[in-house]
Design a protein around this ligand. Structure first.
Ligand code: DCP
Ligand code: MG
Length: 364
């Protein structure tokens, strides 16, 4: 028996929507001849010698074991006959805006969390059945108007709604009513909890905790020793308690660009010129969006995949490309240890508008 904790959760109804194989679906919509085929969006595989990673792939490509963030050369080995395409970011950003407009239309509290996902607080509809009707309507509108499928989760908390939207992907609708919340979460791997990445997962594995059920039942003192203050909230989430609200925000949260060198390099000139080019690209994007930023982050991945980032928050907002280049170079000097570099990246964030659409421009 699971402990009956659902009764202490608030009677909220949260909807989470996530598009299915987003970049790949947009490409397949534009080019019907790609439908039903394994399609991989990412770096150029160069017949297996390519560098960089998979941004995403169609579900047909997933059947071959291809996944987001996998190296493109590995994807090529798994499915050499897949259709490999480079990403068309401006198009995805535009389609994203169209999707978000559909979600905002009912006028309910809305929070966009990435280019292809958002939360709606639909509590005011009163019942899970009314929320389900709205989800069906949103799904139909997105399919009819945009020719794309999405997956939706409805649950009493944000965490559960997000987990639920992933359960019946693609084109899925999963509803978790309050009385089923604890039993829905219990068997899930801890990794399903947003914010639990590889590191926290292996930390939990070290404690013998693999499922959310085990996390809910574990010794809180031990959890605090390992995770500090976040331990309490973490265990609460595992028991179905998640007070986080749908924050009314939308728009851009960060703009980033990164690139992988064809060959690892320690050539100062090439590295500096590449960083300048990346700085110019993110600056241009910023001006397209009429945004000013305060935080700049530089990322360096060395040969062997060791990755370093360094961030700096300026005292004032700016949108000036020369400033971006200057600070990018200075941060780069701080993290560059003279070893050969595989990848360089730059991110601008902390914008002067309270907006949150995350836009990553350019995979590796
Ligand atoms: N993305 C990326 N690199 C990653 C993960 C994602 O560039 N490591 C991009 C491509 C995806 C988009 O973000 O299309 C949305 O990410 P999702 O995690 O929602 O993945 P998909 O929408 O592609 O697939 P799914 O159907 O699993 O949601
Ligand atoms: Mg998605």
């Amino acid at each position: 028996m699971e402990p009956d904790l659902a009764c202490v959760t608030s009677p909220r109804i949260i909807l989470h929507l996530d598009m299915d194989s987003f970049y790949a679906s947009v490409e397949m919509r534009e080019r019907p001849e790609l439908r039903g085929k394994p399609v991989v969006i990412g770096a150029d595989p160069k017949q297996g010698k390519g560098r960089g990673v998979v941004a995403t792939c169609s579900y047909e490509a997933r059947a071959f074991g291809i996944r987001s963030a996998m190296s493109i050369s590995q994807a090529f080995v798994l499915c050499p006959h897949a259709v490999f395409l480079s990403p068309d970011f401006p198009r995805y950003v535009k389609v994203s805006a169209d999707i978000m407009a559909i979600l905002k239309a009912p006028g309910l509290p809305f929070e966009q969390v990435s280019i292809d996902e958002a939360f709606l607080d639909v509590s005011s509809l009163g019942t899970f059945s009314a929320a389900t009707d709205l989800a069906v309507q949103i799904r139909d509108t997105i399919l009819t108007n945009l020719g794309l499928t999405c997956s939706i989760g409805i649950a009493p908390t944000k965490v559960a709604a997000k987990i639920a939207s992933d359960v019946h992907k693609p084109d899925g609708l999963t509803v978790v009513e309050p009385e089923n919340l604890v039993s829905f979460l219990a068997p899930m791997p801890v990794r399903k909890i947003p914010g639990i990445g590889k590191k926290s997962e292996s930390e939990l594995f070290g404690m013998g905790i693999r499922t959310i059920r085990e996390l809910a039942a574990c010794d809180i003192q031990e959890l605090i020793t390992r995770f500090g203050r976040s331990a309490i909230a973490l265990q609460e989430i595992a028991t179905g308690i998640d007070r986080s609200e749908v924050k009314e925000r939308d728009g851009v949260k960060s703009v980033s660009r990164e690139t992988t060198f064809d060959e690892d390099t320690d050539d100062d000139h090439l590295i500096a010129a590449t960083m300048d080019a990346l700085a110019n690209e993110v600056s241009r994007n910023l001006s397209d969006e009429s945004l000013h930023f305060r935080t700049i982050t530089v990322k360096v991945r060395y040969q062997g995949f060791v990755t370093r980032t360094k961030a700096l928050t300026l005292p004032h907002y700016t949108g000036d490309p020369a400033t971006v280049r200057r600070y990018a170079r200075s941060l780069l000097r701080d993290v560059f240890n003279g070893r050969k570099i595989r990848l360089l990246g730059i991110r601008l964030s902390s914008f002067d508008t309270c907006e949150a659409r995350q836009m990553t421009l350019g995979g590796e």
